[in-house]
Design a binder for this molecule. Structure first.
Ligand SMILES: [Zn+2]
Length: 322
């Protein structure tokens, strides 16, 4: 039920409804209450998703804390949410079956391993260009070490999402209510102080420790933006495109600033990757040359140069590049 209501919020947010006061959504697990507009409450009352969530809601462990609450809601919900968001009916995802012969507790553990996000500890010894999980542990370590060098006090928490991880939860930043979430296929993203990678991310972005670190730094920039009172999650959900664009440019810029600490060859490779994922005419992350330019701005100007994208907020510390 709780998750159904939050998904209702995602739905409403995506379609531009504003959060006005009416009913209050209480979420005792995380100790907050949120005012919901009547149109959302009414929509939820007649929404089939609520029926599903009555069961799933009961399955949530009592006393769950974030990000534990954002877990294990199952194939049925994946399909429902994706259908809500995209309007397309989905085929049921391929499900790795739990063993029917196993004991109930073993089946539960098996199921959780498909759904439950895992916090990845920073670990330099995992920098062996290994599995996604090893690369993420390496990238987290390098991100934190570099932050320390830069005098950035914030530590980034990184979680790895297994195949079917799915969830949404409310995120309140600087008085603004938004939602954070995870679902298969979202790719690396950041929200609520969490940088999220997917185990499904066997794609062009995460090909080596260096490549994954570039992504981790970019994503962590969104965490610094949150800490400065900005809300990249809201911008991503409801726009406007120029606002998302400025935050994304800040992320690419920070990746560039980090890459200045690498060898020149590695720096060029990092530049080429950022340039290579730009899409001509794309408004939120930018074209190849726009992404490349933001990267170079940070590469040559250091972290402080990355504040130019958010002129009203100092997001990044000004560190001498000498
Ligand atoms: Zn980004």
């Amino acid at each position: 039920m709780i998750i159904g209501m939050m998904i209702g919020m995602v739905f409403a947010t995506l379609f531009g409804a504003s959060i006005a006061s009416a009913d209050t959504l209480e979420i005792p697990q995380i100790g907050i209450s949120i005012e919901l507009p009547a149109e959302i409450s009414n929509a939820l009352a007649s929404n089939p998703i609520a029926e599903i969530d009555r069961t799933l809601g009961q399955a949530l462990p009592q006393g769950s804390k974030l990000p534990d609450i954002a877990q294990n809601v199952g194939d049925q919900l994946v399909a429902t949410v994706q259908t809500l968001i995209t309007g397309d009916a989905l085929e049921a995802p391929v499900h790795e079956p739990t063993s029917q012969d196993a004991s109930l507790s073993q089946q539960w553990e098996q199921a959780v391993s498909y759904y439950e996000p895992e916090v990845i500890q920073p670990d330099e010894s995992q920098c062996v260009d290994g599995t996604i999980k090893q690369q993420v542990a390496c990238a987290t370590s390098r991100t934190n070490n570099w932050y320390e060098d830069q005098g950035i006090e914030q530590e980034s928490t990184t979680i790895l999402l297994p195949k079917y991880a799915l969830g949404v939860w409310p995120f309140i930043n600087d008085g603004q209510v938004s939602v954070c979430g995870m679902m298969p296929g979202m790719g690396p993203h950041h929200c609520d102080g969490l940088t999220m990678f997917e185990e499904n991310d066997i794609h062009e972005l995460l090909t080596s420790d260096n490549a994954t670190t570039s992504v981790a730094i970019h994503e962590s920039a969104h965490g610094l933006q949150e800490a400065a009172g900005l809300n990249p999650a809201i911008a991503t959900l409801v726009g406007p495109a120029e606002t998302i664009y400025s935050y994304e440019q800040g992320g690419d810029c920070l990746s560039g600033a980090y890459s200045a600490s690498l060898s020149p060859e590695e720096g060029i490779a990092a530049y080429q990757r950022v340039y290579g994922i730009g899409i001509e005419g794309e408004k939120s992350h930018g074209s190849p040359s726009e992404r490349g330019d933001a990267f170079l701005n940070g590469y040559y100007g250091g972290t402080g140069a990355c504040n130019m994208y958010t002129p009203d907020h100092t997001v990044f510390p000004k560190v001498s590049t000498n």
